[in-house]
Design a protein around this ligand. Structure first.
Ligand code: NAP
Length: 473
């Protein structure tokens, strides 16, 4: 496939192979973008903004509504691309595609709700004869940098609101999963997006990242990815707006009065969805002492029934990790934890990029898998017997995207929802729940700002005040 620059699909002699992580078969190639491509993208995006900022809300919304319909009509086609290039099973890929339809449709709806307000200038002496308001204007060129784990919907979370706001966009998708993003751009163009409104540059972040990020023509960087790349980008961005959706190490408390069956089902799915490569995947399960043994045996038994393997088979529950290198990293983190005293309850074996769903307990405090984001199919069990202690433990790491608690007590639920330090608390659900229109983002190293279409639109627009001085009034 090709990249899309200055209104044209273009190729380069230097190519990047896109492989299926299940069997390393070649799916396609994409051009490896270079410095000249970066300059082409930046110059074209500036020209594109002169067009997009003049488009009516009606036109922007219609393009997005049409794109959403096209994706819905081609749901299976999109799902197959996601399932082949990423870790997801075909069923997980179908779900991601249907969420993408919702993301793009909600962006279209939100385009119609970019509102301002009148300002009470007479609320301070000197303003008696002043009248005015503010409205929101598009920020300009948005640089969207996206990760591999939701290769379609997380791209939609940037393109949808950027287009709805009237911005032009430069998209740099993850190098291992660029095909879903390319297909999404094709559909947006088919739906009537002016070609100048979007630049799609494929290539390594380590090569094209810095010149894109540092350029002053970019007015906002909307980044989703890991903390290390996030820090690197923030250090080079200069004076421009930055939105960061980063990683986590999600805690879930299972209180003594919880519905255990519900907790087990939700947490197994939440831990192993997309082979655990999920920013809101369950990583730490803090389980009350009174129910620890019962919960543990049910959780381990359910995990053991997970079918792993060929992503294209309907019955497969979990596919491979994104690369064998990543699976080896997780294997090492598990082995190191076990060498340091952790107990392996199930899993722990690797075949190529396939890593078994794995459950550990008795984690030493210095184990990497305890305090870092694992981004793999492993989960840690901890015993707690006091709510303050459980919340303190949940808050003890420098991440805070989503947290969760299973309880039937309203008091416990309320206390946890106020005291857990994060961007959202799920009650009687695992952390792995996101409605695409809800405000989504984290505290600490989990991010800056919020996504979720209405909230992304706030980030991607700026308020402009208009004040009339009316001496004749
Ligand atoms: P990553 O390695 O940080 O890469 C993310 C994107 O950044 C890729 O497009 C990558 O390009 C690019 N990149 C890397 N270095 C860059 C640089 N110096 N300048 C500019 N761009 C650069 O993350 P990943 O492995 O794809 O995704 C996993 C991470 O994303 C996890 O930490 C996960 O928690 C996080 N995530 C967060 C959310 C959220 O909403 N909070 C959602 C999903 C994932 P290349 O592919 O070319 O390296």
């Amino acid at each position: 496939m090709k990249m899309f620059l200055d209104g044209k699909w273009v190729d380069r002699d230097e190519k990047i192979e896109v492989l299926d992580p299940f069997d390393n078969s070649l799916i396609d190639t994409v051009p490896s973008g270079n410095d000249r491509d970066v300059e082409t993208a930046l110059a074209a995006a500036v020209r594109g903004f002169q067009i997009t900022k003049k488009m009516t809300v009606y036109d922007r919304a219609q393009i997005l509504f049409r794109a959403a319909r096209l994706i819905e009509e081609r749901l299976e086609e999109f799902a197959v691309i996601i399932a082949r290039e990423s870790s997801k099973t075909i069923n997980e890929a179908r779900k991601e595609t249907s969420r993408c339809v919702n993301t793009i449709s909600c962006s279209a709806e939100e385009a119609k709700r970019i509102l301002g307000e009148t300002i009470p200038f007479d609320s301070f002496p000197g303003g008696e004869k002043r009248r005015g308001y503010y409205y929101r204007f598009p920020i300009g060129v948005v640089l969207a940098i996206t990760p591999f784990n939701d290769p379609l919907n997380l791209v939609a979370h940037k393109l949808g609101p950027a287009i709805a706001a009237g911005n032009s966009v430069i998209l740099k998708p993850a190098t291992v999963t660029p095909l879903s993003a390319i297909k999404l751009v094709e559909v947006l163009l088919e739906a009537g997006l002016p070609p100048q409104a979007i630049q799609l540059i494929t290539g390594y972040g380590s090569v094209i990242g810095d010149p894109l990020v540092a350029d002053e023509r970019v007015r906002m960087i909307s980044f989703t990815g890991g903390v290390e790349a996030g820090k690197h980008i923030a250090a080079r961005a200069g004076i421009k707006k930055i939105g960061m959706e980063l990683g986590s190490n999600s805690p879930v408390i299972v209180w003594k009065d919880a519905d255990l069956q519900l907790a087990v089902e939700s947490c197994v799915s939440g831990a192993f969805w997309a082979a655990g490569q999920n920013c809101i995947g369950v990583q730490r399960l803090l389980v009350h002492n009174d129910i620890y043994d019962e919960f543990k045996s049910a959780f381990v038994e359910r995990t053991g029934k997970y079918r792993i393997g060929d992503k294209m088979k309907e019955e497969t529950n979990m596919g491979p990790m994104i690369t064998e290198t990543e699976a080896k990293r997780v294997e090492k983190w598990v082995n190191d934890a076990v060498a340091g005293g952790a107990k392996l309850l199930t899993g722990g074996k690797r075949r190529g990029a396939l890593y078994e769903p794995t459950v550990l307990e008795n984690l030493p405090a210095d184990a990497t898998i305890h305090h870092e984001e694992v981004f793999g199919p492993t989960v840690n069990l901890y015993q707690v017997d006091d709510l303050d202690e459980a919340i303190k433990e949940a808050n003890s790491l420098p991440y805070g995207l989503l947290a969760a608690i299973f309880t039937t007590s309203i008091d416990v639920a309320f206390k946890a929802s106020y005291d857990l330090d994060c961007g959202g608390v799920m009650i009687n659900d695992s952390t792995d729940y996101r409605l695409d229109s809800m405000p989504f983002g984290g505290v600490k190293y989990s991010g800056l700002g919020r996504e979720g279409l209405k909230f992304s639109l706030q980030e991607m627009t700026e308020p402009k005040v208009v004040c009339f001085n009316l001496p004749g009034m």
